[in-house]
Design a protein around this ligand. Structure first.
Ligand code: BG6
Length: 525
């Protein structure tokens, strides 16, 4: 067994030695089409923490073009200048910016505009159209990107309002809309939202965002699988024993209890990010790397998973909530004691589910996914566990058997890929161990990867929907999630388990895998 499974082993890191300079990607081509990015919910958390910093970075890359302006729309009363001040502080504090420079900020600030507006008010979209005309007279582009960084309940009125104000019509330039997650809260509401969107926008104008798809290492799953001949022949039920997908976080609800109390870990992470990782790991090779071909194959994976009956949900899922504990050396309170959490809350902060993909490639191979807040370490990865060799040639006792191969696609942090293989230990005797061949993004390429939102915003500006979720894909995701939510809400459903903050998660999740003789990789180092 190797260290990550908890028993002693000698692990050797066979690091890549390629010179970094030759591997650095060329800078991206400048954006050529001028546009205005309209952010609904501009005074909100996402805009401050992610969207505006991502646009700041993009503006840095494309400064020579000066080709996009930003119009924030929010309920908070403030002037353009106050908005700029808020965004200045937000960008300066953001984790994803490479470095903040006042000079670059001044160039960027000239792009920022703000408009007070409640999306539910009559006439607000006409006002928006007038403000966009004004920006045009000042030299802004006539292509518009509408970003809905608002709670799902507000989305329909914005979409309808944009339609009524003529802002969805592409007669005078492109019109694109980005819709943030959560895309609905169950199958029914996702269908309703899709049909509201379809009344106003054509599918080619719609970008349903899942920021995990913008992560460099998530896209690399496709390159790893379909850019090499080495792995694809064994990427199936004949060789793979089981697949494990983990998104562990150390953060708690981060002041978002109002949202989280309505969502929980299953809706917040599994229904989108983790199912996206699953589809990319399991999909067939697409005929081309374009939006239609890639998304078609992803939907096929989701369609190959049967939705579960309540009995299957009881057997193949675990929900739990964190208790007080210690994370990164800090004492943290229990979820139930977080501000804004209801006393009798039944919301899960941890979810583990076993999905079964009933197709020719994957029948019989469990895909275990788990996610949780306040776990031992921040770590997102896909681990593909291969079967044991048919013969234990080098082992005198079962204990000496070489552990099966594992390919670990590390999404974050420490982005890279590890391949665990058996090797002979140096010495006269025939003793073996597991060694790890390791590729690390940072040491190999030596450059900062763009933040997910940066990649995705740029893709939308260029009209590339490959990394966005198609309408039927969102519904296929909810078709799997809603029966789990419903089964959990039934009388007599297995109770919510508890885990100590800072740990590996609930015991029930270990037991779920133990039934098949499998175990999760350790989260703590
Ligand atoms: C968001 C969830 O979509 O993803 C958050 O709403 C979660 O609860 C976050 O913390 C995790 O994203 P990342 O990029 O930090 O892994």
């Amino acid at each position: 067994m190797n260290e990550e499974h908890g028993t002693a082993s000698t692990e050797t890191a066979a690091k890549t030695t390629t010179a970094t300079a030759t591997l650095a990607a060329p800078p991206p081509a400048p954006l050529t089409e001028a546009c205005v990015v309209v952010i609904f919910g501009a005074s909100g958390d996402l805009a401050r923490r992610k969207l505006v910093p991502a646009l700041y970075n993009l503006a840095g890359v494309d400064a020579a073009q000066g080709n996009f302006k930003i119009l924030g729309v929010g309920r908070t009363e403030m002037s353009d200048e106050e908005f700029k001040k808020q965004m200045h502080d937000a960008v300066a504090e953001a984790k994803d910016t490479e470095g903040f420079a006042e000079e670059q900020w001044r160039e960027f600030a000239a792009r920022l505009n703000y408009m007070v507006g409640d999306p539910n008010d009559d006439g607000v979209h006409e006002e928006l159209a007038a403000r966009l005309d004004e920006l045009k007279r000042e030299g802004a582009g006539t292509n518009y990107l509408f970003y809905l960084s608002t709670p799902p309940s507000v989305a329909p009125s914005i979409i309808k309002g944009l339609g009524a104000a003529g802002l969805a019509s592409e007669a005078k330039g492109w019109r694109r809309i980005i819709i943030e997650k959560p895309f609905g809260r169950d199958l029914q509401s996702a269908r309703e939202l899709n049909s509201t969107v379809a009344e106003v926008f054509k599918e080619h104008q719609v970008y349903r965002i899942d920021h995990y798809l913008g992560k460099e290492t998530v896209q690399n799953i496709l390159v790893f699988r379909f850019g090499n001949t080495l792995f694809e022949p064994v990427w199936n039920r004949n060789y793979v024993d089981f697949v494990e997908i983990t998104a562990a976080e150390t953060v708690g609800v981060e002041g978002r209890a109002a949202y989280y109390e309505e969502a929980g870990a299953l809706r917040d992470m599994v229904a989108n990010h983790l199912l996206q990782l699953l589809t990319l790991t399991a999909m067939e090779p697409p005929v081309a790397y374009d939006a239609e071909s890639v998304r078609e194959e992803k939907v096929q994976v989701l369609r190959s998973i049967r939705s579960m009956t309540p009995d299957q949900v009881a057997e193949r899922s675990v929900r739990a909530r964190y208790d007080a504990g210690t994370v990164d050396g800090q004492t943290v309170p229990a979820y139930a004691a977080e501000p804004g959490v209801k006393r009798d809350s039944q919301i899960e902060t941890y979810a583990a589910v076993e999905f079964r993909i009933e197709n020719w490639r994957w029948a019989g191979v469990p895909f275990y996914v788990r996610t949780g807040k306040r776990l031992a370490r921040r770590m997102t990865e896909v681990a593909v566990h291969f079967k044991r060799t048919p013969q234990a040639l080098f082992a005198r006792t079962p204990k000496d058997e070489i552990e099966p191969n594992v390919v670990v696609l590390r999404i974050q942090p420490d982005e890279g890929i590890g391949v665990h293989v058996g090797a002979k230990l140096p010495g006269m005797e025939m003793k073996t161990s597991v060694v790890k061949m390791d590729f690390r993004y940072e040491s190999t390429f030596g450059v900062r990867s763009p933040a997910a939102y940066e990649t995705l915003l740029r893709d939308v500006m260029e009209g590339d929907a490959t990394l966005f979720t198609r309408a039927d894909e969102t519904e296929a995701e909810w078709r799997l999630i809603t029966p789990i939510e419903e089964a959990w809400a039934r009388e007599g459903a297995p109770p919510l388990s508890v885990y100590a903050a800072g740990g590996e998660g609930p015991e029930a999740a270990d037991q779920m895998l133990a039934r098949r003789g499998n175990s999760w990789r350790k989260i703590a180092r």
